[in-house]
Design a binder for this molecule. Sequence first.
Ligand code: NAD
Ligand code: ZN
Ligand code: ZN
Length: 340
Amino acid sequence: MKAAVVREFGKPLVIEDRPDPEPGPGQVLVAVEASGLCHTDIHAAHGDWPVKPTPPFVPGHEGVGLVEKLGDGVTHLAVGQRVAVPWLGKACGRCEHCRSGWETLCEDQVNTGYGCDGGYAEKMLAWADFAQPVPEGVSALDAAPLTCAGVTTYKALKVAEVGPAQLVAVSGVGGLGHLAVQYAKIAGARVVAIDVTDDKLQLARELGADLVIDARTQDVGAELKRHGGAHAALALAVNPAAFQAVNSGLRRGGKLVMVALPAHGTLQVPIFDTVLNGTSVIGSIVGTRQDLAEVFQLHAEGRTKVIRETRPLAAVNDCIDEVLGGQVKARIVFDLNAGG
Ligand code: NAD
Ligand code: ZN
Ligand code: ZN
């Protein structure tokens, strides 16, 4: 099988021929049909974060494909069934977080495409209990971005407890943000989308944003305040200054949900303003299996739209450059059936 491999941080990925992996007990082998390029994969390939993966590794945590082989003890999945393999590759199932519905906080988790090989490959392994069945009517190419970008923003809005009479700011209308705009609309909120390119602002409008702010030319905090301030702001742009900007546009009692993970990012939180205004700063990491099931359900019901461009896996290095250059409309998805 072909796989795109990070051999060294910051160097181009290498397309390699590798033997098909064998599923161990509780695992399945998945023939990957589609695999999304999340900005996290770029952070992984660059070794951006304090906890780093160990090269050589195969990135990718938006892999979707057909179960090809069952490991020992797997009875609830069938060969030929379509599954998605998210960032949360596996959690322990026994700790306080797992038992209280917060498996995403499990300290014994394994992350797909980071702590084990991921979806930038023709075949991949998945732990059967965490491989998410994809419902009928959801294509592999659509399911891929939902598997991280979708579930992460859907969860971030849950964490912010967004309601219908609220103003929600979505900072960064990329892979994550284009879905965040839609989930915030589904939650009934008024949505303000913020970005730095005309195309993304136009896309946000097409996807239902009520207002847009161009962070190149407008003062994000002042604009949000002009509309009463945000009840919730999702920080999805890979830029610490963008976190600072939306934080300053919260209304009293508002919540900043930090989602993007820029390398070496810090946020100055003014103590006086935070106390007096009763604002919160919350971190949010992906979503649970149940969150992902809900994300797939919404898509199967025709309530969300995935904006994607498909590419062959061989184009992986050019694709990374395109994401970093802000040239991608929303999400790139590798089509593993496209050859090359
Ligand atoms: P992306 O590159 O597709 O999108 C980023 C968007 O931010 C782009 O549209 C870009 O134009 C916009 N942007 C850049 N500067 C801006 C600014 N100053 N103000 C407003 N917008 C600006 O990236 P993505 O795949 O959507 O991922 C975003 C981030 O979220 C990454 O850091 C990724 O690692 C992180 N992430 C976190 C989680 C989590 O669970 N917390 C999950 C997935 C991704
Ligand atoms: Zn656990
Ligand atoms: Zn991701």
